[in-house]
Design a protein around this ligand. Structure first.
Ligand SMILES: [Zn+2]
Length: 304
């Protein structure tokens, strides 16, 4: 019995010992786990760190708001007012904008000379020109009021005159005719324009002249062109070609209700090359073009 028990005990010992041996590990051996699997487990099980959605951070230093620049309004500049009842005041060197409107609804604020006004005969020097300066006209015919020494000479905007000169050279080359600018066909001082208005023929409607602060002859950008073609003053060539030089026919026959001025086949206005081409292509008068550029309804334009 004792032997049997001893054998049984030995068997149990062996069984237990043998099972441990299956693990392949030496008992007592310290197992140092390699780091890689641990990390792998950590990576696999770690909850991904997701940044909690946060509101767009407010900039801590708000930039100082820049004042909005006054938007450009076509037709207006600092020397034009929409107040039709305004009385012009003294002032020289007032601003010229090639797209400024000067008409019944857009009045000039000043009586004096605009900026960039020069003598016509300083720019138009070719021998096919007839430049009629106010002081060359017989006193009995004089209708330009001479207030200052400089009023003795026909004047115009320098940039407009340079383009006018180019246009007239091409006209002369195409036709061999000359060009006349009369003593009142370019820049007019306020006193002269105002007298035209006071003495107007009231039977013509719309009138052929406008008040002293409503005429673009006061800007130096408008010119009455007389073609020396033997008497007809045919301006067909100018009407068809003026846009190439930055000019428009200012008072077309089919726009009288909008311009408030009768058809003037001789009156050309400098507006700049880009605008002149666009106006020509669109078939607008200046009032329509300005409204179009300002995004206004053309149907809302005042009519006369
Ligand atoms: Zn004119």
């Amino acid at each position: 019995m004792v032997v049997l028990l001893a054998v049984l005990a030995l068997l149990i010992f062996l069984i237990v010992h043998g099972m441990k041996g299956d693990s392949g590990e030496t008992p007592g051996k310290t197992v140092t786990p390699t780091s890689a699997p641990t990390e792998g487990v950590r990576e696999a099980t770690a909850t991904p760190t997701v940044a909690a959605p946060t509101a767009t951070p407010e900039p801590s230093d708000s930039p100082t708001p820049t004042p909005e620049p006054t938007p450009y309004v076509y037709g207006l500049c600092s020397s034009v007012t929409l107040d039709q009842d305004s009385e012009p005041v003294d002032g020289d060197d007032w601003e010229i904008d090639y797209l400024m409107l000067v008409n019944w609804s857009h009045r000039l604020k000043y009586k004096g000379n605009p900026e960039n006004l020069v003598r016509i005969d300083e720019v138009l020097t070719a021998d096919f020109y007839t430049i009629q300066n106010p002081n060359t006209v017989n006193k009995s015919d004089l209708n330009f009021i001479i207030e200052k020494e400089e009023d003795n000479y026909g004047r115009g905007n320098r940039v407009a005159l340079e383009h006018l000169d180019e246009m007239c050279h091409d006209y002369h080359e195409a036709t061999s005719f000359g060009v006349k600018i009369s003593q009142t066909g370019a820049y007019r001082n306020y006193a002269t324009q105002d007298r035209f208005w006071q003495n107007r023929d009231k039977s013509i409607n719309p009138p052929r002249t406008v008040p002293g602060n409503a005429s673009e002859h006061r800007t130096g950008l408008g010119f009455d062109i007389w073609t020396l073609d033997g008497g007809g003053n045919d301006t067909t060539w100018f009407r068809e070609n003026c846009y190439k030089y930055g000019f428009i026919l200012r008072y077309p026959s089919d726009k009288k209700k909008i311009t408030g001025v009768t058809y003037e086949q001789w009156h050309f206005r400098y507006v700049g090359l880009e605008a002149a081409k666009e106006i020509f292509d669109l078939g607008y008068c200046l009032e329509e073009y300005i409204a179009y550029k300002n995004g206004e309804d053309l149907a809302s334009l005042p009519t006369y």
